[in-house]
Design a protein. Structure first.
Length: 575
């Protein structure tokens, strides 16, 4: 413990922490744009500068440590003036058309300028026009980039991909796709972690709301039936963007809000998750008993960021991906086959939309081999949680006081197993619950397969079980740098598993690239707990006990892995 003085007050603080941390701990948080704890501590934006007695120059707080007896001023006139000048320099290269920016109202630069009383941009010059391909799900606007390098570091350190890099030099230095590549050829997984860590609107998702509205196109078109499905992780975060308390932001209120946006049917991707469990657990058991020796485990395939990663980084392992489609994909195909038959509407008159916490899902729906219903794409549009929030806001609804309503049936009834898909380890836990039942013929306690947290030894979690005489070794990982370590260990033969769940985004979909953004604050763990609570409160906690799933097999699919199930619910990842 050391003694420091901040703004005239004396504090005892731990030694060996940064000035930034010391100020935060003592109630003097500093403004910053580029700082991301443990990931980007480079002092590039110079907005966190402080004055330190005895030092001639102002010092960046994020990458300098405290020392005993240090005397710090966080808000002196000199500090304030320097911050304003630094912001003016950033603004000189920034396209400040805030009203049409996707980050309007949620932008660290906008906030810092407002807080520091910047009323006009002093040195503004025209910024270059955007040349980015507008059909890619992830969009970069050079004119909004403040060169904070967060995207470079997130992609490199957390996702091990290095899609972004600094290019050009001097005053023309900026960030772009590394190695002079085009984004389409840069092995980008479209996980969107760069988007959720960008302080401004320089990186954002492709906006697809205009494909659902204007109204005459899909919503309110009397010739078209609109169907929306909502992913598990969306319910854990949607309230954040609408200022709803946790108690108010229930799945039932979300269903009610979507109904008032004009969708004819509001379905739950959790139903699709239950269906994925049925197929994937059956596929896994078949693999475990097929008499063949498998060098690698079976990998889950529901995260399109992870699937893109495997295809580009380790193409020889693609055969070890589960052939089961993602819940989004299964739900979509059932919507335009089974459900279309039920309501007597041809598939090409159904406009099907999903709301996902994810950007990569926007690319998943365009993969030809996932479209099996025979009427164009099984899903027409995928919106992110952020786009859905904007859509609800556009209705001017009093969301907090909406009644809670059920999802529509038959693709809206789901279980606690489905809802935990949205958080790391949940797919595995849900699949093991049903897998055990299928193998042993008896239902275990739903809490038997709580995932083991990652250990000191590995950046992934592992657990082993006995399925009526079949030993089952499992691992769970999220974040692609962690995943790369796991895959290297598998390839070197250091670890052996039978079934592995991978999610590209740290914490799973709850931390997905389409979720509400809280500058630098990681909410995946809190949102994950919300999903586990929903599971605990659910009446049914096993996918195979979902009555609507049982009915779907009875009326349409036969049984898991039947010829029909293979045709509609499985895919060939090589296509
Ligand atoms: Fe996910 Fe999913 S859990 S990938 O994260 O499996 O996006 O929430 O919808 O499809 O269910 C995302 C979330 C999903 C799918 C589900 C899976
Ligand atoms: Fe998308 Fe979820 Fe995968 Fe992230 S973890 S890329 S949000 S599916």
């Amino acid at each position: 413990v050391i003694r420091v003085t901040i703004n005239g007050f004396v504090y005892q603080i731990p030694s060996d922490i940064s000035i930034m941390e010391a100020c935060e701990k003592t109630g003097w948080p500093l403004p910053h744009l580029c700082f991301l704890k443990d990931i980007n501590e480079i002092g590039a934006c110079r907005v966190c500068v402080v004055e330190v007695e005895g030092e001639e120059r102002l010092i960046t707080a994020c990458n300098n440590k405290v020392y005993p007896g240090m005397v710090i001023y966080t808000n002196s006139p000199r500090v304030q003036e320097a911050r304003r000048i630094n912001l003016q320099l950033i603004l000189s290269q920034h396209d400040s058309h805030c009203t049409t920016c996707p980050r309007n109202g949620n932008c660290a630069l906008q906030q810092a300028c407002f807080d520091l009383g910047i009323e006009e941009s002093l040195y503004h010059k025209e910024v270059p026009e955007n040349k980015w391909p507008q059909d890619f799900p992830l969009i970069r606007e050079e004119s909004k980039c403040i060169k904070c390098l967060r995207c470079v570091q997130i992609c490199d350190k957390i996702q091990s991909l290095g899609v972004w890099d600094l290019v050009r030099s001097g005053g023309r230095t900026t960030v772009n796709v590394s190695g002079g590549r085009h984004i389409e050829n840069a092995d980008c997984t479209v996980c969107g972690q760069c988007v959720t860590h960008c302080p401004t609107g320089a990186l954002h998702g492709r906006q697809d709301r205009k494909r659902v509205y204007p109204w005459e196109k899909a919503i309110n078109n009397p010739d078209i039936v609109t169907v929306v499905q909502v992913a598990p992780a969306v319910r854990a975060a949607w309230g954040e963007g609408l200022n709803l308390s946790r108690e108010r932001a229930t799945p039932g209120r979300l269903a009610a809000a979507l109904r008032r946006c004009g969708f004819n049917f509001v379905f739950d991707t959790n139903f699709g998750a239950d269906l994925t469990v049925m197929e994937e657990a059956s596929e896994f058991l078949k693999r475990m008993t097929d008499g063949q020796k498998h060098r690698y485990p079976m990998f889950t395939s529901c995260c399109p960021g992870w699937v893109r990663f495997l295809k580009s980084q380790y193409p020889d392992m693609v055969d070890d991906l589960s052939t089961s489609k993602s819940p989004q994909g299964m739900q979509a195909t059932m919507t335009k086959t089974y459900f279309a038959d039920k309501i007597g509407v041809p598939a090409d008159k159904i406009f099907s939309i999903s709301v996902m916490p994810c950007l990569a899902k926007k690319s998943e729906i365009a993969i030809p081999s996932l479209n099996d219903a025979g009427a164009g794409q099984d899903l027409d549009v995928t919106l992110t949680t952020r786009e859905m929030i904007a859509m609800i806001r556009a209705q001017n609804l009093d969301v907090a006081n909406l009644p809670e309503e059920p999802f529509d049936s038959p693709l809206g009834v789901s279980t606690g197993a489905g809802v935990i898909f949205g958080t790391t380890g949940g797919v595995m836990e849900a699949a093991l619950r049903t897998g055990y039942y299928l193998a042993a013929g008896e239902t275990p306690s739903p809490d038997t397969f709580k995932t083991v947290c990652r250990t000191e030894a590995h950046p992934w979690g592992e657990a082993a079980y006995d399925f009526a005489g079949i030993p089952v070794r499992t691992a769970v990982v999220s974040g692609l740098a962690n995943t790369r370590q796991l895959i290297r260990a598998l390839r070197r033969g250091e670890v052996h598993y039978d079934f592995v769940e991978v999610m590209a985004c740290p914490g799973g979909c709850v931390g997905g690239g389409g979720q509400p953004i809280h500058d630098g604050e990681e909410l995946a763990a809190i949102r994950g707990r919300r999903l586990h609570n929903l599971d605990r409160m659910a009446n049914i906690r096993f996918s195979h006990e979902n009555p609507e799933i049982q009915r779907l097999y009875r009326e349409f699919l036969g049984e898991p892995l039947s010829e029909k199930a293979e045709r509609y619910l499985h895919t060939d990842h090589h296509q």
